[in-house]
Design a protein around this ligand. Sequence first.
Ligand SMILES: [Mg+2]
Length: 131
Amino acid sequence: MAPTPSADPRRRVLVIDDEPYIGRIIQLKLETGPYAVEVYQDGAAALERLRTADPVDLILLDIMMPRLSGFEVLTELRRLPGRGDTPVIMLTAKGHGTDREQAAALGASDFLTKPFSPKKLLARIDEIFAA
Ligand SMILES: [Mg+2]
């Protein structure tokens, strides 16, 4: 039997960032658009969520986090069934080229340096889904 489609037509976006403030501003901005946002402050909790069958359309992933780093979370999530092609935008306070290379090598779709404009983030996500 086919799974029952969710009644909520919005795209599901996961934000994984250890700073609650970042998750909150992203959530407030994206939810002005056609997105439902779930915020996680810990990579392990986010991976637990990603192991469920619940759809996820896009992930915003901080690199610098205690315990699991964004790179570790990305490596792990790419191994999960059905999550190999989920767009992942990495967030970092550093603009280091090596971070960017490592993120791309691990299968990140995009890379955003903090501080970023929530308005531009929303526009970029709109573009990803319009493509
Ligand atoms: Mg952080």
